[in-house]
Design a protein around this ligand. Structure first.
Ligand code: FE2
Length: 132
């Protein structure tokens, strides 16, 4: 699977949010780099735990930011975040069953979700970004 490469077009107009998104991409890339996820259970669960913690931190921080800039679609955006946490938790439980297909599905899901979420949903608050 190809790693995600950050592009300027991913920027949502706020340095902190961009840095947090870059950190998330870095974590997903760490998982993509593992040649055989199913044989690296410990590494995977370690990265997943780190990532889940970081995602929760990021969502809280992004939601506070959206409130601050009066982003009108904050409620539906928060629902997307909740939905993501629920799906990721289910995937994490799935990896405990040692079903190999879960790893590939998990990676595809994380990569797709993150890119789609940043480029479509997060991008919507760009026009409300604070100008310095
Ligand atoms: Fe978001």
């Amino acid at each position: 699977m190809e790693k995600i490469i950050w592009k300027d077009s991913f920027s949502v107009g706020n340095v902190d949010m961009d840095l947090q998104h870059q950190k998330l991409i870095e974590m997903i890339n760490e998982l993509i780099e593992q040649k055989d996820l199913s044989n690296n259970g410990e590494v995977v669960s370690d990265v997943l735990t780190k990532m889940t913690d970081y995602i929760k931190y990021h969502f809280t921080s992004e939601e506070a930011y959206m409130k601050k800039i009066d982003f009108p679609e904050i409620v539906s955006h928060e629902l997307e975040h909740l939905d993501f946490i629920e799906k990721t938790t289910n995937f994490c439980l799935g990896t405990l069953t040692f079903d190999k297909s879960v790893y590939t599905e998990l990676l595809e899901f994380l990569k797709e979700w993150l890119l789609n979420h940043i480029l479509k949903s997060d991008m919507k608050y760009k026009e409300f970004a604070e100008t310095l």
